[in-house]
Design a binder for this molecule. Structure first.
Ligand code: ZN
Length: 498
């Protein structure tokens, strides 16, 4: 007779296999699907997601969870973590009435189309009625899921388990002033030249180069593949199949190189999940923020650092001799670290990026609290941009309409980008102290120590721990803004001497 825990795992295996099949269909949609298949594909995706959802929220799942919870004795065992994680998701999912889920799906699908049109027309008022509707439904979702202090907490919980508004506010407060100061200080000095990156770079060569680069970092092509899409992304169909995509810009080498480093960071985390977590709640990353820490660590802490390029720059020059042989390693290092306040988040550098996130966080809070009305968004957006970055968007397309997130109902998601940046720096500080030869290792192209550290302290845990537990276990303390600020101030103090 199988235990209740075994029965639960068997049921979850089916749920996860259905979700993974959906992920594969989504991957195909972004990379190779013929355009005529769009309608049929949407139906397939919705049928699969409904099947997975129904199976998961069924009463039997709840009963199995209850019974399995009693079977598990050791509260710190892997099985206990599995039950805990699953129970949290079960609670969140079952609290949402079916009609509300359907209404939200319908509203966001329509809002997406309208958002794209409004963005093209550079006019927020076109999108405002749709956003009002999505926001209203999102508020209802938060109400159903429940919270102790702030409705935003219910939304955060979906991306960053355990994170609360009351914890985010001081974290972000601690960042804001010093970031704004740093942006101003950098702006007073002579600007760095990114000319090395802004030349014509043949796309086929870029493709070959970044594929090799992903392999060098440890990306396992036996359990993954790299394709091209409009925006780069990483998607996991279990730890056995983790795919990434690249996007190329013939006139800007930075897009493919740093996009690849970023997505490979996500992929290494997914591929690093233990085999025994396959098709279950412990497989993959523990939160969006922790996931982003892995991508940012490779993209920025490693990939925008000089030691990494001591080893890799000659190979890059050999790939693009015509473009790069006249530029030194230091020219290149300066080019990839140019700081320039800009209107668009996805193009932002390490120093300004989190100010874009803070602006969105503050607006989302104000919207949920009701102190800001949807129609007032453009004005509030532009005022904050002026405050933080000294820029005012010429139109809404480059302002409050730039991100797709709100049309998808993804309120509470943006902060995870900043949490990832903070955690990446805090992990990096610990890695530096644990691996005294890190710098020389990077300079000689030896990534073993770094990969081993990340594997042991982060990847192998999958989704067992909460983000808070993982942070404490890996770095010895709670998440703080200081390591990130110290890293930025040191690095950019040197690159932009006063
Ligand atoms: Zn990412």
């Amino acid at each position: 007779m199988a235990t209740k825990l075994d029965q639960l795992k068997k049921r979850l295996r089916t749920v996860y296999c259905l979700r993974e099949a959906s992920a594969l269909l989504s991957w195909d949609q972004e990379t190779g699907m013929p355009p005529g298949a769009a309608g049929a594909r949407a139906e397939q995706l919705s049928a699969l997601s409904e099947a997975a959802h129904d199976l998961f929220v069924a009463d039997e799942t709840g009963e199995l969870l209850e019974a399995a919870g009693q079977e598990v004795q050791d509260a710190e065992s892997e099985d206990a973590h599995l039950v805990r994680r699953c129970r949290r998701e079960y609670r969140r999912e079952t609290r949402l009435p079916r009609e509300l889920v359907a209404e939200l799906a319908e509203a966001t699908s329509r809002a997406q189309g309208v958002w794209a049109r409004a963005k093209a027309q550079q006019d927020f008022s076109v999108f405002a009625p749709e956003l009002t509707r999505v926001l209203d439904l999102t508020r209802q979702v938060a109400g159903c899921q429940g919270y102790d202090e702030h409705p935003y907490d219910a939304l955060l919980e979906g991306y960053e388990p355990g994170m609360r508004t009351s914890r985010l506010r001081p974290l972000f407060e601690g960042l804001r002033g010093r970031l704004v100061d740093l942006v101003r200080r950098v702006g007073r000095g002579p600007q760095l030249d990114d000319a090395p990156l802004r030349q014509v770079f043949e796309v086929s060569r870029q493709r070959e180069y970044v594929q090799r680069l992903a392999g060098t970092l440890g990306y396992d092509f036996d359990r993954g593949r790299i394709d091209q899409s409009e925006h780069p992304f990483c998607i996991s169909m279990s730890t056995r199949d983790v795919r990434i995509t690249n996007a190329f810009d013939e006139d800007f080498l930075g897009r493919s190189v740093f996009g690849t480093l970023h997505e490979t960071g996500h992929a290494l985390y997914e591929q690093g999940s233990p085999e025994r977590f396959l098709h279950g709640p412990l497989e993959g990353g523990c939160s969006m923020g922790v996931h982003e820490s892995q991508s940012r660590l490779w993209e920025n802490l490693v990939g925008r650092g000089r030691p990494f390029w001591v080893h890799h720059y000659p190979g890059l020059v050999a790939t693009f001799p015509q473009q790069l042989s006249r530029f030194s390693l230091d020219d290149f290092h300066r080019a990839i670290n140019r700081v320039q306040p800009s209107l668009v988040r996805v193009e932002a550098d390490e120093v300004t990026y989190n100010l874009h996130i803070m602006l969105r966080f503050e607006l989302e809070l104000a919207l949920l609290e009701g102190s800001l009305q949807v129609r007032e968004i453009p004005e509030a957006w532009n005022a904050a941009m002026q405050d933080y970055l000294g820029l005012v968007p010429p139109h809404d397309g480059l302002g409050c309409l730039q991100d797709v997130h709100w049309s998808l109902g993804l309120f509470g998601y943006f902060p995870t980008y900043t949490l990832g940046n903070l955690l990446a720096a805090q992990l990096w500080e610990k890695i530096q102290s644990d691996l005294p030869s890190l710098e020389e290792d990077l300079e000689s192209g030896n990534l073993e120590g770094l990969r081993g550290w990340l594997g042991e302290k982060v990847h192998v845990w999958g989704a067992r721990l909460t983000p808070e537990e993982l942070t404490r276990q890996a770095t010895g303390r709670d998440l703080e803004p200081e390591p990130f600020l110290a890293y930025l101030e040191k690095k950019f103090g040197a690159l932009y001497p006063a």
